[in-house]
Design a binder for this molecule. Structure first.
Ligand code: 0X9
Ligand code: ZN
Length: 439
């Protein structure tokens, strides 16, 4: 008996220690000696070299790759070879030890009290204690990065608080069995609006800020619904803030820079498929790889991933109603319209796509002057096929289809800045949604 009690105590202790260490585990382990490079490559040949590295070299991790410059990380063993190649190419570059950067970001992350967050004005809304407590909770929610379960709690909390206007549902489950959760928002959940504005985020696990902007959109709309009645007239908003919940969790527990999903392949040490190369439009044509160690591994076939097929199932089922598809990524301050799979392929409605994107960019800029660049990702970044934007527009005929790359110098937006990115992006989202009613 005594033996049994001691054993179960030990078991409890072991489980407790395990859960403590996993919740506070180091998501930067293994990155000692890594270097961050910022490379200025004006010429075409250096750019092509970078594109080739992104697709084929599994030792180099691109955070951003545009035609003029790139930001990437390289491990210590690969560094000498990489630097001698940069010298041959004659390009300028700056370096920073990755761990120094991450340490400086943590120092940046303390929450600064911000009285700009729209508190109730006197007489504007109920001034009871619970209201201001909810406001405070929301304010603290948008000053850090929530875990998967917190995202789901936040979403189901909104649905419980606003049942008339908001419904919480699951589109399916991820590779590791997590819910791909969605929120439907409309003026009356009992009447099906004719049009849908679909917005998703965190296709890439490490792009944490994207989830926050979509949750903020839901929060801000639901708490001020009266102000947005015209925008939501006959429009249902469908929000999926965490398309890649496994990748997102993995960036919190194990590897801060994980991009793909967490598909494991028997007999292989590498894992994960890039969900944004797995959609069935020009699948695996360019800027994608069949090497499963690649950051842009496109999977075994179009739609092979449960995360991709959950999104496709929803969009296909609602294809006649969905007029806007926004895929929110980070970083770079870009709004991309199709096509991204090849340069010089012009969609028939390019004028409209561009005009709406410019208006959204303009609205974002009004908050604090953030400047977005608008164009196709194939001409501003690189050619990459199998992404949601091309699939939604080219395969499903969704007229307004975009990829938004939020601001940041790296994947970590400082805690005090999260709310500001949320607010400026909100203005852009609303502008996009406003155009849905024209279809
Ligand atoms: O490469 C991507 O998937 C996106 N950029 S990110 O840095 N967030 O990974 C851009 C996708 C743009 N769309 C297409 N290429 N179709
Ligand atoms: Zn991304």
């Amino acid at each position: 008996m005594f033996h049994k009690i001691v054993c179960s105590l030990w078991l409890c202790l072991a489980v407790l220690t395990c859960s403590i260490s996993s919740s506070s585990s180091n998501n930067l382990a293994g990155y000692e000696g890594y270097t961050k490079y910022t490379v200025q490559h004006g010429g075409e040949s250096a750019f092509q070299y970078m594109v080739d590295l992104q697709t084929n070299d599994t030792e180099v991790d691109f955070w951003l790759l545009t035609r003029n410059m790139s930001i990437l990380t390289v491990g210590p063993s690969h560094k000498p070879q990489f630097e001698s190649r940069l010298l041959q190419l004659g390009v300028q570059y700056q370096t920073q030890p990755l761990m120094d950067l991450m340490a400086s970001l943590e120092g940046n992350s303390t929450y600064a009290e911000d009285d700009e967050f729209e508190e109730c004005q006197p007489g504007d809304c109920e001034s009871d204690r619970s209201h201001s407590r909810k406001r405070r909770q929301a304010r603290s929610f948008f000053s850090r990065y929530p875990r998967y379960h917190e995202v789901l709690n936040f979403m189901s909390g909104l649905a419980a608080r606003y049942p008339q206007y908001c419904r919480y549902e699951s589109l399916g489950r991820s590779n590791e069995g997590r819910h791909i959760a969605g929120l439907s928002i409309s003026l009356n959940q009992r009447v099906r609006p004719r049009r849908v504005a679909y917005i998703q985020a965190a296709t890439h696990g490490r792009e944490w800020i994207t989830t926050q902007t979509v949750l903020y959109l839901a929060y801000e709309l639901l708490t001020n619904l009266r102000a947005f009645q015209r925008v939501l007239n006959d429009v249902e908003l469908f929000l999926v803030p965490l398309v890649n919940p496994d990748g997102y969790e993995y960036t919190h527990t194990t590897d801060r820079f994980w991009r793909k999903n967490r598909h494991r392949f028997a007999g292989h040490s590498c894992s994960g498929v890039d969900i944004n190369r797995n959609f069935g439009n020009h699948w695996n044509y360019q800027g994608a790889s069949q090497n499963l160690c690649s950051e842009v591994y496109s999977g075994t076939s179009p739609n092979s991933e449960p995360e991709t097929s959950a999104v496709v199932r929803y969009l296909q089922f609602n294809r006649h109603r969905v007029k806007l598809s926004l895929d929110v990524h980070s970083f770079g301050k870009f709004i991309f319209y199709p096509y991204g799979y090849a340069r010089n392929t012009v969609p028939p409605t390019v004028a409209t796509l561009r005009a709406v994107a410019l208006r959204a960019a303009n609205q974002i800029g009004r908050y604090r002057g953030t400047h977005y660049t608008v164009g196709t990702s194939a001409s501003i970044l690189y050619e990459a096929s199998g992404s949601l934007d091309d699939f939604a527009y080219g395969s499903l005929g969704i007229p307004l289809s975009y990829t938004v790359e939020l601001p940041g110098e790296e994947f970590h937006v400082a805690s005090f800045d999260i709310i500001h990115v949320c607010k400026e992006t909100f203005a852009g989202f609303i502008e996009f949604i406003r155009h849905v009613s024209l279809y």
